[in-house]
Design a protein. Structure first.
Length: 137
């Protein structure tokens, strides 16, 4: 893969986190291709868990965070590795679940694949045990 591909992937990932941090749901949706594979494993207690592949599903997915969580108490990206059209992002965050008042600390790894400047793969690996416990109240 060329350096241009790596730069494009890095730019999309950087834009993704800027828009996510700003709560820019339309901007996030715009970063995704017309067909993609978004997977976040977890129990039904976790509103954002599941598989999505249609752009129409993205506003509810990204909007769910602001509806059920308080503002981030911590959010840190510790490592981003880009290899061609693939990026792996490591980090951690801490949020309060509004319905229960419980907080969770979540260490995560996110795989994002980018093709033609759009996200085609979004696979989140996170601490579903800690998140589920915070939602269970």
């Amino acid at each position: 893969m060329s350096n241009a591909t790596r730069s494009s992937t890095a730019a999309v990932v950087e834009s993704f986190f800027a828009r996510f941090g700003a709560g820019d749901v339309p901007g996030l949706v715009d970063l995704f291709a017309d067909t993609f594979d978004l997977v976040v494993d977890g129990t039904p207690n976790i509103p954002w868990s599941g598989r999505r592949s249609a752009p129409a599903e993205l506003p509810d997915f990204f909007g769910s965070f602001g509806r059920v969580l308080g503002p981030a108490q911590e959010y840190e990206i510790t490592t981003t590795v880009v290899d061609g059209g693939n990026a792996v992002v490591l980090g951690h965050n801490k949020f309060e679940v509004l319905a229960t008042g419980r907080s969770f600390t979540n260490h995560f790894a996110l795989h994002i694949a980018v093709r033609d400047g759009k996200i085609t793969t979004y696979h989140m690996y996170e601490d579903t045990y800690a998140i589920d416990a915070a939602f269970a109240g």
